[in-house]
Design a protein around this ligand. Structure first.
Ligand SMILES: [Zn+2]
Length: 109
């Protein structure tokens, strides 16, 4: 049996894991799961499957680096068009914005 490379104590067993991207469930995929720490490993083939599913759902490549610019006393960040489209976000929409540890959360309200 294959040993887990993360904890070095558990064995890897065939199973299924649920994958999600940006909060959208992509489905369940084949994986090797550690009996001790629960860490899961997917083959490069399964990785491709996950990628295909994400592309089909329009999630692939949604994450993007943006720059902060200044406007008066505030800072402004641009919301890329593809993200606005994905969220059906329109001009004049109200958002709730708050900081989290090393994160900035923007919620649709
Ligand atoms: Zn483990």
């Amino acid at each position: 049996m294959k040993k887990c490379p993360i904890c070095n104590r558990g064995n890897l067993k065939e199973g299924k894991i649920e994958e999600e991207m940006f909060g959208v469930v992509l489905g369940r995929f084949k994986a090797e799961i550690c009996t001790k720490c629960g860490e899961s490993f997917v083959s490069s083939e399964t990785m491709k499957e996950i990628e295909e599913k994400a592309k089909k759902k329009g999630l692939w490549g949604l994450a993007e680096k943006v720059k902060v610019v200044k406007s008066g006393n505030s800072l402004v960040i641009r919301i890329p068009a593809k993200i606005a489209k994905f969220l059906k976000l329109r001009m004049g929409a109200e958002l709730l914005i708050y900081p989290e540890k090393k994160k900035l959360t923007v919620e649709l309200v």
